[in-house]
Design a protein around this ligand. Structure first.
Ligand code: TRP
Length: 333
């Protein structure tokens, strides 16, 4: 039997995971769990590259794990863990720092954006963020990395670092490819539908996975549309309506034509109510499971400890190879 290909992805535990994270990431992760050997890390070490409230971040970490599980990810089939629980991430990141150039990191658009946003805290961790991400991926001899387009530049850097290291020392790392799922809509902001829906933007611009039905309905009623009244897919001229249509289509499987036909002549009010119903239908069962899982600390702890142990075991051989190749002192003589 051929070995399964390995998948690695990471999600930051900051803010509220959104419907965009569900459609773009979590729901697809679930679809990959039988065909691939998957690791999903909650990247808490990445989160502290910008200032966080410690108590809030700690809670957000656990909340994110509970959402992973509530979305249906099977912790036996997938390795679900916290990045900071597996010490090799930080270790490999340090070594790879020594094989990454300042010039490369200075060109990263996310670094430039975040430096503007956090001008009072342009720290070395923020600068080296993509190297830690490369370490996350390369530690596990990852074949495929599911990411959004905003992370393509970071993945390209990880590939370059892997190739550089391999050409210096001989084959050490698998060179990973991006994985861009076939199904899944690009989910845009409810208020500025030409921008991606983001958990770091204001509340009213996104639907959180844990938003209660009445909140979902309210946010949809206030979602930006246009001055016409017809439900028609036209991302250029009608980005707001088109965004809601593509989310609805991603959730229900209905085609754009079918959606347009269903709401022809009914106006935006009825359309938004139907979209809200579809969101609630998907999110309510997840929220119910979430409540159960987050109340069960024993289970959560078992999942996170086992995940970290399994990840540690996979990371160890890569780390041994790397230490030896770069000439760090052997731990056994
Ligand atoms: N930087 C990614 C993001 O913000 C999160 C991430 C960290 C990641 N490490 C990763 C994604 C490794 C894929 C693989 O979305």
């Amino acid at each position: 039997m051929e070995a399964k290909k390995r998948i690695f992805s990471g999600i930051q535990p900051t803010g509220n995971l959104t419907l965009g994270n569900y459609i773009g990431a979590l729901r697809n992760f679930k679809l990959l769990e039988d065909e691939y050997d998957c690791l999903y890390a909650i990247v808490d070490s990445h989160a502290i590259t910008v200032r966080q409230d410690a108590a809030e971040l700690r809670k957000a970490c656990l909340r994110t794990m509970a959402i992973f599980l509530a979305s249906g990810l099977d912790p036996e089939k997938n390795i679900l863990f916290f990045q900071s629980h597996v010490h090799q991430h930080a270790e490999l990141a340090w070594i790879l720092d020594c094989y990454t150039y300042m010039g490369e990191l200075s060109r990263m658009t996310q670094f430039k954006d975040k430096s503007k946003k956090h001008a009072d805290n342009i720290n070395c961790g923020l600068f080296a963020y993509p190297v830690l991400m490369a370490a996350d991926i390369l530690l596990y001899q990852t074949d495929l990395v599911p990411i959004g387009v905003d992370q393509k530049q970071h993945l390209e850097l990880a590939r370059n670092i892997a190739e550089r290291f391999n050409s210096l020392y001989g084959g050490t790392f698998a060179v990973p490819d991006g994985y861009f799922p076939k199904v899944g809509a690009k989910v845009m902001s409810l208020q500025e539908p030409t921008r991606k829906m983001s958990k770091s933007d204001p509340e009213e611009t996104y639907i959180a996975i844990l938003d209660k039905p009445e909140v979902i309905r309210r946010k949809l009623r206030r979602a930006v549309t246009d001055s016409e009244a017809d439900v028609r897919f036209d991302p250029e001229l009608k980005p707001g309506v088109s965004n809601l249509m593509s989310i609805l289509s991603a959730l229900t499987g209905a085609s754009m034509d079918a959606i347009a036909a269903d709401f022809s002549g009914k106006g935006y009010g009825a359309f938004k109510d139907a979209v809200a119903d579809a969101f609630v239908a998907v999110l309510e069962p997840i929220q119910k499971r979430y409540d159960e899982i987050s109340a069960d600390k024993v289970y959560l702890e078992k999942v996170m400890l086992e995940g970290a142990e399994r990840a540690d075991r996979l990371a160890a051989p890569t780390m041994r190879k790397v230490r030896k190749k770069v000439g760090l002192a052997p731990t056994k003589l």
